[in-house]
Ligand binder design. Structure first.
Ligand code: ADP
Length: 759
């Protein structure tokens, strides 16, 4: 047996079989270089490859050849190792030294195998089968082995294509019997086929399971349908309903997208989640808003005017303004202009007129009151992150309106407050501003809602209290208090028919003459508007209805007279045209209050003191200044008015009842001056006289506002003479006022004094 020496390469973990080639890169270690060097120099490029070295156990190596040796720039060496045949390893040399590893090997005798071709053919047949069945075994090697007739070579060529398991490859390597290797190969081919079949079955099972889940889905759908049929409103059926509503909703695309997004969130939420109701509520809000719903305006102006005249007496200015608004809109197809604000005392018909306008022009009507409002989120809502969040009053009302162009009445804009929670009046400005309200954004809704088609009408009692920035944008229309005869007209034409109808009676069932109505107005009410009057008339009719129903009395007609009025309304509440006395130190001023005009008695007393001026009765700064001017003026002119100057050393106390009501303004100037003068000089002042006018330090009397309301209030209180500033115009005062009250115009306080002296 021939022995020879060979340098050795140890491949730890990589298996090189004969008839296979391996590309390797050696690093720049000295030992590697020496082995390669030795092979090239002394062994004609032959080398022994040991795939796995185990001390005393490694008996087989592969005689190989180094080919295509390449020195790389980094100093490494790249080679192709071509396995040639197995050899027996007799001994390893230099195992534990620094010398290149060497071995002593001997050749293995080739075997003779019977039926070698038959075996090869069998293997080929099985190989062809497996490459067809198992997709991950490539068929490319079949060409290479097609013509191979040596079993030894055949097996080595095929093995690496069938398995890449290292242990199995080592078994092939160490098996020197080619027949035995052929059997191994056959077994591996069968195993691979089996493995593949198992995997495929597993896949089929998984697929079947997937089919099962699809089946389950279909069954669930059927169940859902059955539940719906049975009226069981589970979440799924609700989802379907919501989806249908979203689909049917007429709204901008952005809103639809948002709804779809929220719907997906809703669907993915488990029913126990606290968020689910929040999302559900939000979806409901978006679904309920009239994004694209609107009503068509009645543009028949004659019809509108007729309908407004039928519902409300007088109020010409507002009615004309509404007609003008409609006319402009009809011409330009554009809702233009400023916002109308109706200002006037309570009960003059602001709210009901707005309702009638809505009805006449065919708009839906909604109303909010902003009186006492501090927090701007009341108007524009809270963000959804808040617990219990919801939209503000604007969006809530728009939802109620069911159209995006309702008539929107905002009441009491003079009673808003602002504090740390924001300024509701500036927030309201954004709502009303035509430029901005096209993109009105409520904190809760998040998406813009177009308010530009809404017809806003505002109301207030007292113009002075409307915040200035808001006032600038408004078109103020004053609705003044009514005179007695206007009230009488309203009662006959509007209130009585309305009340009788409301109580289900026939119109000729109740008869009430004009004098009786006037008595109610004079002795049972004291107001600028007609709200109290309506209440009193309602009381009468209710009593009649009760008589008929409870006592079952059969009556053809009930006549209300001045005499039997007491039966229905009780004792008179106010005395009218009472005989007034003369008084000292008390003068009637006139005030313009949110409730209409009224008489404002001013009382003055003096007592021993240090010359102080004491003011009580909730007087504002301007009114306090007026009192000081009055006193200074009288001190400066004491001689003219025959005042004992020593009296000014007393304390002078001015009180304006009623103490709890705040009063301000300069118009009480002459009344204050006259009250002090009367007190100090015992000048008698008739109680049927009233006065209004601002006084300067020199005694000049300046023009004042609100004369119509003041004179109406004076008339109600039985005043028959009013001193007014020379510059005030009385031409547009109601006839009734002018017929019953004498107006005396004055330029200077001295004129006032003359009037009193000559009275
Ligand atoms: P405001 O809003 O100014 O306080 P309302 O509109 O509530 O007053 O009016 C109170 C009542 O008086 C209503 O029943 C209304 O019909 C009636 N009213 C007021 N003014 C008139 C008027 N000019 N014509 C007919 N009815 C009137």
């Amino acid at each position: 047996m021939k022995k020879f020496n060979l340098p050795v390469i140890l491949l730890n973990g990589i298996v090189l079989l004969p008839n296979n080639t391996l590309k390797l890169e050696f690093d720049n270690k000295k030992s590697n270089n020496n082995v390669i060097e030795m092979s090239l120099s002394f062994h004609d490029n032959y080398i022994l490859v040991i795939s796995e070295y185990k001390k005393n156990k490694t008996k087989i190596g592969v005689l190989s050849k180094l080919e295509n040796i390449l020195q790389l720039p980094n100093g490494n060496t790249r080679v192709d190792l071509r396995g040639i045949r197995r050899v027996n390893v007799i001994e390893f040399l230099n195992m534990d030294t620094d010398e290149p590893l060497e071995s002593i090997v001997s050749e293995i005798e080739p075997q003779k195998i019977d039926n070698e071709i038959l075996i090869i053919n069998k293997l080929k047949k099985e190989l062809k089968k497996i490459v067809q069945i198992v997709p991950y075994i490539s068929n490319s090697f079949l060409n290479i082995v097609e013509k191979e007739t040596n079993l030894d070579k055949f097996t080595d060529l095929v093995v690496s294509n069938i398995t890449n398991d290292k242990e199995r490859l080592l078994e092939y390597l160490n098996n020197t019997n080619s027949l035995s290797r052929a059997e191994m190969l056959l077994k591996d081919i069968y195993d691979e086929q089996e493995k593949f079949k198992i995997e495929r079955n597993l896949d089929l099972k998984v697929k079947k399971e997937m089919d099962e889940s699809q089946k389950e889905f279909l069954l669930r759908e059927k169940m859902k349908f059955l539940k719906e049929e049975l009226g069981d409103s589970s979440k799924e059926s609700e989802i379907d309903k919501l989806k249908k509503r979203i689909n049917d909703l007429d709204c901008p695309k952005k809103i639809k997208d948002k709804l779809t997004y929220e719907m997906n969130r809703y669907e993915s939420c488990v029913s126990m989640s606290p968020e689910i109701n929040i999302i559900r509520d939000y979806i409901e809000w978006l679904l309920c808003l009239p994004w694209n719903n609107y009503t068509m305006d009645n543009e028949n102006l004659k019809q509108v005017k007729k309908s407004l005249d039928e519902s409300h007496f007088g109020l010409k200015e507002v009615k004309d303004r509404i007609i003008e608004y409609l006319a402009v809109k009809k011409m330009s197809n554009n809702q233009n202009g400023s916002i109308i604000c109706l200002v006037g005392p309570p009960g003059v018909g602001k709210t009901t007129l707005a309702m009638s306008i809505a009805k006449a022009i065919n708009r839906n009507f909604v109303q909010i009151s902003v009186g006492g409002l501090r927090d701007e989120s009341e108007i524009i809502g809270h963000r959804r992150t808040y617990v219990g969040a919801g939209p503000g009053r604007i969006i809530t009302s728009i939802k109620k309106a069911k159209s995006n162009n309702p008539l929107f009445l905002i009441d009491e804009v003079d009673k808003m407050n602002s504090d740390y929670k924001g300024d509701p009046s500036s927030c309201l400005l954004n709502v009303l501003d035509k430029e901005q309200n096209k993109y009105f954004s409520d904190n809760y809704i998040e998406e813009d809602f177009d308010l530009s088609n809404v017809l806003f009408i505002l109301t207030a009692n007292y113009i002075e209290n409307i915040p200035d920035p808001l006032k600038d944008r408004l078109e103020i229309i004053n609705l003044q208090g009514y005179t007695e005869y206007e009230k009488l007209d309203i009662a006959i034409k509007h209130l009585i028919p309305k009340i009788i109808k409301k109580n289900g009676l026939n119109s000729d069932y109740v008869s009430i003459d004009n004098n009786t109505i006037l008595k109610i107005i004079r002795n049972y009410t004291k107001e600028a508007g007609v709200r109290e009057l309506e209440r009193q008339l309602d009381k009468i009719v209710r009593k009649i209805v009760t008589q008929i129903v409870v006592k079952n009395i059969k009556i053809n007609k009930i006549i209300i007279t001045e005499q039997n009025l007491i039966k229905y309304l009780g004792k008179e509440k106010y005395k009218y045209n009472e005989k007034k006395k003369e008084q000292i130190g008390v003068v009637n001023g006139l005030a313009y209050t949110p409730y209409g005009g009224d008489v404002l008695p001013i009382e003055v007393n003096y007592y021993k003191g240090k010359g102080n001026l004491i003011l009580t009765g909730s007087l504002g700064d301007v009114m306090k200044e007026s009192a000081n001017i009055a006193l200074s003026y009288l001190k400066a002119n004491y001689r003219y008015y025959n005042i004992n100057y020593k009296l000014f050393e007393n304390d002078i106390h001015i009180h304006v009842p009623e103490g709890a009501i705040k009063k301000d303004g300069p118009s009480a100037g002459i009344a204050l001056t006259l009250a002090i003068l009367s007190c100090l000089t015992k000048l008698k002042i008739p109680s049927s006289l009233a006065m209004t006018g601002e006084i300067t330090l020199r005694g000049h009397i300046l023009e004042i506002g609100g004369l119509k309301e003041k004179s109406l209030g004076a008339l109600r209180s039985g005043i028959n003479k009013i001193i007014i500033p020379y510059d005030n115009d009385i031409s547009d005062l109601p006839k009734e006022v002018k017929n019953n009250i004498k107006f005396i115009k004055v330029k200077n306080f001295k004129d006032v004094y003359e009037v009193i002296k000559n009275d």
